[in-house]
Design a protein around this ligand. Structure first.
Ligand SMILES: NC(=O)c1ccc[n+]([C@@H]2O[C@H](COP(=O)([O-])OP(=O)(O)OC[C@H]3O[C@@H](n4cnc5c(N)ncnc54)[C@H](OP(=O)(O)O)[C@@H]3O)[C@@H](O)[C@H]2O)c1
Length: 268
């Protein structure tokens, strides 16, 4: 983990998850948080001397931006006042490009990351995106900053970030949807709604835990629980038809990519 001091702009869900991870990694005392509505968690950290809250504007060493993309435009000048020649910027804002960060903050020392919500419990996956000229040490520092949220993938090219975001950034919602539609199908076939909801939820949770604990890929795990001509196979033959889940997912990821690009144009 980096020993450079960190300034965090925005400590909502993702920002506070990151800060919590940095504190667990022993960075207490080196974190400055800018957050206009600091709740009990942040106030507690500040009272314990682990972070400073809303201190005066000063040049940052590592500056992590975790505000909503929609407010970044209004905040850019204020944030730029914290950026000096040595400041390394890391943004987790969706849809704000490296070029926009450079233009608004006046530095090429930028990096982007796209986390996902399981990062709130340390089980996320974050995509890292760096300018071409970034040195190996920058990648190492950025990985160390993001690892409290879970695993870190990349660096990948910014052109691939929308597709990767559509898979992993949006992906937790697809997992939750699976639990919803499984429950609804059970109810449609006569199960009590509460029971169907519990069965579907626990099954999705359990399948995720099994996958997390196994070196096998998802397709092998699926085949391992599918007896030839059995009950599971009958269901999978419907789900895996060419016009069913495989093509629906290609279309869904395509729609997410399109929306991501449109949002980037609005904020960029
Ligand atoms: N959640 C996700 O799954 C996810 C995934 C990937 C990327 N991201 C990105 O992560 C970023 C943060 O998302 P989030 O879910 O953590 O959002 P969030 O909970 O709304 O956090 C943003 C925080 O920034 C604060 N803020 C607003 N104005 C500020 C200012 N002037 N100075 C400092 N802080 C200010 C907000 O305070 P107020 O509440 O008072 O406005 C809020 O606490 C977003 O850019 C999002 O695109 C999120």
């Amino acid at each position: 983990m980096t020993h450079r001091p960190i300034t965090l702009i925005g400590a909502g869900r993702m920002g506070s998850a990151l800060a919590g991870g940095w504190l667990k990694a022993g960075l207490g005392g080196r974190i400055d948080i800018v957050e206009p509505r600091a709740g009990d968690l942040l106030q507690g950290w500040a009272e314990a001397g682990q972070v400073t809250l809303n201190s005066h504007i000063a040049l940052a060493d590592i500056l992590v931006i975790a505000v909503k993309p929609q407010v970044f435009g209004d905040l850019a000048d204020e944030i730029a006042a914290r950026v000096g020649p040595e400041t390394q910027v890391l943004s987790i804002m969706a849809g704000v490009s490296l070029a926009t960060l450079t233009a608004k903050l006046g530095t090429r020392k930028t990096a982007r990351a796209m986390p996902n919500t399981p990062g709130l419990v340390g089980r996320g996956v974050t995509l890292l995106c760096l300018p071409e000229e970034a040195e190996a040490q920058v990648e190492a520092d950025m990985r160390a900053l993001l690892e409290p949220l879970g695993s870190v993938e990349g660096p990948i090219g910014e052109d691939l970030l929308p597709a990767a975001t559509a898979v992993s950034g949006c992906g937790p919602a697809y997992g939750f949807l699976l639990a919803e539609v499984m429950a609804a199908a059970g109810i449609a076939h006569g199960l009590d709604p509460d029971l169907a909801t519990r069965l579907a939820r626990k099954t999705v949770e359990g399948a995720g835990a099994l996958m997390a604990g196994s070196p096998e890929d998802a397709a092998t795990l699926r085949r391992n629980v599918t007896s030839p001509n059995g009950v599971t196979q009958a269901a999978l033959e419907v789900l895996m038809r060419e016009d069913a889940l495989p093509s629906i997912f290609v279309a869904a990821i395509g729609a997410a990519i399109k929306r991501d690009r449109a949002l980037s144009e609005e904020t960029g």
